[in-house]
Design a protein around this ligand. Structure first.
Ligand code: APR
Ligand code: PHB
Length: 393
């Protein structure tokens, strides 16, 4: 089989790229390891920066997001028994974030792409990318137990952290930067009204807690947990008790509890690959970088890579320009590193580490400073709503 752009992975990165290319008449084929049901059943992030929301509108998949999504103009930071609001809009010239689940977003992208005649091969794992330095790179994949080849002009490795695109590159041609954190997040999804309409990030001596939501009737909460913890150790009641202990009293009293729809533990990691381009193969999204979820940047960085990559590929097919392809890796990474830095900083400020008590006091002083200073609030707000995309001539 042959196509213009071969895409590995039908997560948000791969689907958004396919959509943006399709709207410019550029053909793609997506190969996805999992079934459609599996991909659409994953519970993931839920906070979209304005730049990402705009890119989804450009991809003509913004309609349901604009109807059902919840624009948020503020977040809360809780510490020392108090809660401070960061007014995002006031510190960024009116910007906001949009609460809309990745699960919904993925469904919108799949529906739109298939309705437009797009090709997605589910249950078709890529095993290797061959000849990516040539002008005919090939994705080797399996379908119904048979080996298949997809010959392309370009390969987009949108196959997440465990994907094969990155693994097709020899170790001496790639640099990996990685940092793991000594704890995880235990998350619950429950059909109860959220305790606050806006997200709360809480620093507490017992550990970090996060109050988030998917809608006015569906809440998403997290508590910091041990890395080797197991959801089997947690009853619903134990989760709610631990969450409430970590929130200021006034908030804790208002938490509505209910049965879990889902409970899971996620590790925290900062990870960046350099470069993001290898000949005619490009990495985007989780395939190229992972951030800890504090700050909700993972999904937004996937969109940011696709912003740069889609423009570069469109410039190539419409004007035979190769300069944007040449600039993809550096441009995407510049923005990636700033979000990696922000996510690392926010994580360090909010979690309990196994260290001496001075760290906690320093975190509280930092939160006190940040929330009490106009400059501090601006730093938080402009990073949270998302730094601008660079535009190219
Ligand atoms: N062959 C085909 N598909 C693969 C392979 C493979 N060998 N390996 C992985 N995949 C698929 C996965 O099954 C998954 O559906 O690639 C997809 C990658 O999707 P995501 O992990 O969602 O990554 P991405 O699209 O970059 O989205 C970015 O934002 O909220 C964060 O981490 C979260 O998923 C999120 C991400
Ligand atoms: C979520 O709603 O799942 C969420 C919100 C904010 C974060 C991380 C996750 O920083």
């Amino acid at each position: 089989m042959r196509t213009q752009v071969g895409i590995i992975g039908a997560g948000p990165s791969g689907l958004l790229l396919a959509r943006l290319l399709h709207l410019q008449g550029i053909e793609s084929v997506i190969v996805e390891r999992q079934s459609m049901e599996h991909v659409l059943g994953r519970i993931r992030a839920g906070v979209l920066e304005e730049g990402m929301a705009n890119l989804l509108r450009e991809a003509q998949v913004g309609e349901r997001m604009d109807q059902e999504g919840l624009p948020h103009e503020g977040i809360h930071l809780a510490f020392s028994g108090r809660m401070e609001r960061i007014d995002l809009a006031a510190h960024t010239g009116g910007k906001a974030v949009m609460i809309y689940g990745q699960t919904e977003l993925t469904k919108d992208l799949v529906d739109a792409h298939l309705a437009a005649g797009g090709v997605i091969h589910y249950e078709s794992p890529a095993v290797f990318v061959e000849d990516y330095e040539s002008d005919q790179p090939r994705i080797i994949y399996e379908q119904n137990g048979q080996r298949q080849e997809l010959i392309c002009d370009f390969v987009a490795g949108c196959d997440g952290y465990h994907g094969v695109a990155r693994q097709s590159v020899p170790a001496d041609k790639i640099r990996l930067f990685e940092k793991t954190y000594p704890f995880g997040w235990l998350g619950i999804l429950s059909d109860v009204p959220p305790v606050e309409e806006e997200i709360i990030y809480a620093n507490h001596e017992r550990g970090f807690a996060l109050c988030s939501l998917r809608s006015h009737t569906r809440s998403r909460y997290y508590v910091q947990c041990e890395l080797d913890d197991d959801v089997a150790n947690w009853t619903d009641d134990a989760f709610w008790d631990e969450l409430r202990r970590r929130l200021p009293d006034e908030v804790s009293e208002r938490v509505t509890t209910g049965p879990r729809l889902e409970m899971s533990i996620a590790p925290l990691r900062s990870f960046v690959v350099e470069p993001l381009r290898f000949g005619n193969m490009f990495l985007a999204g989780d395939a190229g970088h992972i951030v800890p979820p504090t700050g909700a940047k993972g999904l937004n960085l996937a969109a940011s890579d696709i912003f740069y990559l889609s423009r570069a590929l469109i410039a190539y097919y419409s004007e035979k320009r190769t300069d944007l392809l040449d600039r993809y890796s550096a441009a995407a990474l510049r923005r990636v590193w700033k979000a990696v830095r922000f996510s690392w900083w926010f994580t360090e400020m909010m979690h309990r580490f196994e260290d001496d008590p001075i760290t906690y006091r320093l975190q509280i002083a930092e939160l006190d400073y940040l929330t009490g200073s106009e400059a501090g609030r601006t730093v938080m707000a402009e990073n949270y709503v998302g730094l601008p995309f660079e535009t190219f001539e």
